[in-house]
Write a protein that binds this ligand. Structure first.
Ligand SMILES: [Zn+2]
Length: 277
């Protein structure tokens, strides 16, 4: 990241936060309905601190409450937030007790093809092969297996689809995407208890450059809810994709709060305009 970009990422949200707090007092804006994305959680203490801070200003809703709001185009009356995890990292097990303490029901998007390999102890040999150039410690990238996921479901959380093998979807032919998605759907149904979130898909990588119109068209027909990694407010949104905010636990909480107040939304709306309308 260039120095200018880095400073913009760290300083602008703090100005925005201060300015926005003043403006919101004068105008009655639509309340936000946002979705957070977490991935691997290496520091449970930082995660705990962030959730504690968010609980002060946000009403954290369950996946089913979120779907109900979308299905019925209901405008939220207070800032509302859904918490999601992508990729199904094994270390997500460590934060279940924190979610439990705050009575949070989260949505875990997993890659059933990779889970199947992990459950059969085939993933590590695959990652060890030269072409994958494994940079991280395997423990940090170890994935949840089917037993872990059944345990997560038993704790009141939901499981969604993140494709079978985490390919960059816009590089696949629709036929290949169809095969990948069919396999992932079958593996979820075979190994886990059915939940409404099986009808939800989160784009691997999820940025504007990873989503194209043909995959979005196919996925919107195949799943009721298609989640992206593009920032934005979902309150009564007419978009085909659901916006989400990726957060870093290394950021100051003030920066995360500002991102969630939408400090970069306009930038993402302009970048993704062809996908949204
Ligand atoms: Zn992912």
């Amino acid at each position: 990241m260039s120095l200018i970009k880095k400073n913009l990422r760290n300083i602008y949200p703090i100005f925005y936060n201060k300015l926005f707090s003043q403006i919101i007092k004068k105008f009655n804006f639509k309340k936000p309905l946002r979705v957070l994305i977490f991935h691997s959680i290496k520091d449970t203490e930082k995660f705990n601190r962030l959730i504690k801070a968010l609980k002060r200003n946000w009403h954290i809703i369950t996946p089913n409450e979120f779907f109900h709001l979308l299905d019925n185009n209901i405008e939220v009356s207070k800032p509302s937030l859904l918490i999601t995890f992508d990729d199904g990292f094994k270390n997500n097990l460590k934060i279940l007790s924190i979610l439990d303490n705050y009575s949070i029901s989260a949505l875990f998007f997993i890659c059933p093809g990779l889970v199947e390999l992990e459950s059969k102890n085939l993933l590590f040999p695959l990652f060890s092969k030269k072409q994958f150039r494994l940079k991280s410690n395997y423990e940090e990238i170890k994935l949840l297996n089917w037993d872990d996921l059944r345990f997560i479901q038993s704790k009141g959380h939901s499981i969604g689809n993140h494709s079978s093998f985490h390919y960059q979807v816009n590089r696949l032919l629709i036929k290949e995407l169809q095969e990948d998605v069919n396999l992932s759907k079958n593996l979820l149904l075979k190994n886990l208890e059915f939940n409404k979130s099986f009808d939800s898909f989160s784009y691997p990588f999820g940025g504007v450059n990873h989503i194209n119109l043909s995959s979005l068209k196919y996925l919107s027909k195949t799943f009721k809810y298609v989640f992206s990694g593009i920032r934005g407010n979902n309150n009564c949104s007419r978009s085909k994709i659901i916006f989400r905010d990726a957060v870093s636990l290394d950021d100051k909480i003030e920066i995360t709060e500002s991102l969630m107040k939408g400090c970069f939304d306009i930038y993402y709306i302009i970048k993704s305009i062809k996908l949204i309308f």
